[in-house]
Design a protein around this ligand. Structure first.
Ligand SMILES: NCCC[C@H](NC(=O)CCN)C(=O)O
Length: 420
């Protein structure tokens, strides 16, 4: 089987190389027209067209969400009574406000599509596969905002998948970076307008509340655990200096390494926001996002396979220990075994900067993006055909889940303001 597996991997890589121009065009079209979360209509249509033109894929446009899609191929192979193995690849394609594809999600879409095409090409060689195999591509919107994958999870989109792959652009190749749990909140202060010079005493200053809230949180930061994060912006702060602002608005992201600590960080910042309202006489509304992002549940079996395949293609892997951002893929890994490796794109630029936008649209990124897609397809082939690999992946996932359940029993998700 080892030789056959090698030949299949070669076939997947060759097919990705053969499709490289179309794949580049796909990423380029998404990059040239950046769209915000849940508004990715053109990216959705571009990907739907891509899979429709590839032939053989069953494509569901607007799958469960307006800008999500699903493309499936197969099943192929297997005898009667064998259970189906459904391999999933994810495409993200939302951009950031003002700076476009500064997180390279156009390249995530490309790796997901390329890896799926590569796996399909290998599976098409006509072998008698021991079990029925299906390939599924899910287009998952709004990673940079509410987390479309969490909505899709709730809608059952991941229920029939056995393993899920995606890869994220970065400054390095890493099988895992500690993406943390996150909950977002919008804070609205309502005050009363008045002439700021003639009768300021009649006003209730909502900007003052926002500034106090910002300062309260900054003061709180010193007392947070080193890997907890709170960061925010003031979105509205008034309209004219001579009108006491009657409205202000902030948005904050709250992050902890485990979702189990989110209630604690939320309780602490809520106190900061309420205190600002009390001090200024404003009323306050706290609007927490409908979805919480969870940290990634690691699958070392998948990571090791990916690393081995990546190294065979020339990748240099580094180990990252520092907490990173967050991803709605974290929630996926609580339901299905999966990996979310990071990949170098030929630039030292940092994500969420204009320089990264340029790098994710540059021709240089293509070599690295396709190399990553090849490593994903090869890893999927290992999962399918390396003896015992799928069982090992599933067993590790099961063990992680039962550890998780035990920890949740020991430490339920409760809000506490810890006293020293
Ligand atoms: N509110 C969701 C923000 C998600 C965002 N994701 C990334 O940057 C992708 C890399 N993990 C974040 O700010 O972490």
């Amino acid at each position: 089987m080892a030789e056959k597996l090698q030949a299949l991997k070669k076939q997947a890589c060759a097919s990705i190389d053969e499709t490289k121009d179309k794949l580049h065009q796909l990423a380029d079209a998404i990059w040239r027209h950046p769209e915000l979360a849940f508004e990715e209509r053109q990216a959705h249509d571009t990907l739907v067209r891509f899979f429709t033109q590839e032939k053989g894929w069953t494509v569901d446009a607007h799958y469960k969400l307006e800008t999500a899609f699903r493309a499936t191929w197969g099943p192929v192979g297997g005898g009667q009574g064998e259970s189906l193995v459904n391999v999933g690849f994810l495409c993200e394609y939302d951009a950031l406000p003002a700076i476009g594809h500064a997180c390279g999600h156009n390249l995530i879409a490309e790796t997901g599509a390329a890896a799926a095409l590569g796996l399909r090409a290998a599976l098409e060689s006509g072998e008698a596969w021991p079990m029925p195999i299906k390939v599924t591509v899910l287009g998952t919107p709004a990673e940079e905002d509410e987390g479309g994958k969490i909505d899709l999870l709730r809608e059952g989109a991941f229920e029939d998948l056995d393993v899920v792959f995606m890869a994220h652009p970065s400054q390095e190749d890493a099988t895992y970076i500690p993406d943390v749990a996150e909950h977002d909140v919008v804070i609205k202060y309502h005050g009363r307008a008045s002439h700021a010079s003639a009768y300021p005493w009649e006003g209730v200053n909502a900007l003052d509340a926002a500034v106090m809230a910002y300062t309260n949180v900054s003061v709180l930061r010193q007392q947070l655990k080193p890997d907890w994060r709170i960061h925010g912006i003031i979105r509205h702060g008034g309209v004219k200096p001579n009108i006491i602002p009657d409205y202000s608005e902030l948005e904050y992201y709250l992050r902890t390494p485990s979702y189990r600590d989110l209630p604690s960080i939320k309780a602490k910042v809520e106190a900061c926001f309420q205190a600002a309202a009390l001090a200024t006489g404003c009323t306050v509304e706290l609007l927490f996002a409908r979805n919480q992002f969870y940290e990634i549940v690691r699958n070392h079996t998948l990571e090791d396979l990916y690393e081995k395949n990546g190294k065979s293609l020339g990748m240099n892997f580094i180990t990252v220990k520092n907490s990173s951002g967050s991803t709605d893929f974290g929630n996926v890994t609580h339901a299905v075994p999966g990996i979310h490796p990071y990949f170098y794109i030929g630039s030292e630029a940092l994500n969420h900067t204009p320089e990264y936008t340029a790098a994710s649209g540059a021709a240089e990124a293509q070599f690295y993006t396709l190399r990553t897609a090849k490593a994903l397809a090869m890893t999927a082939l290992d999962v399918l055909f390396s003896p015992g690999a799928l069982d090992k992946v599933k067993q590790e996932f099961k063990e992680a889940k039962s550890r998780e359940e035990k920890e949740t029993k020991q430490k339920p998700q409760t809000a506490t303001i810890e006293k020293s």
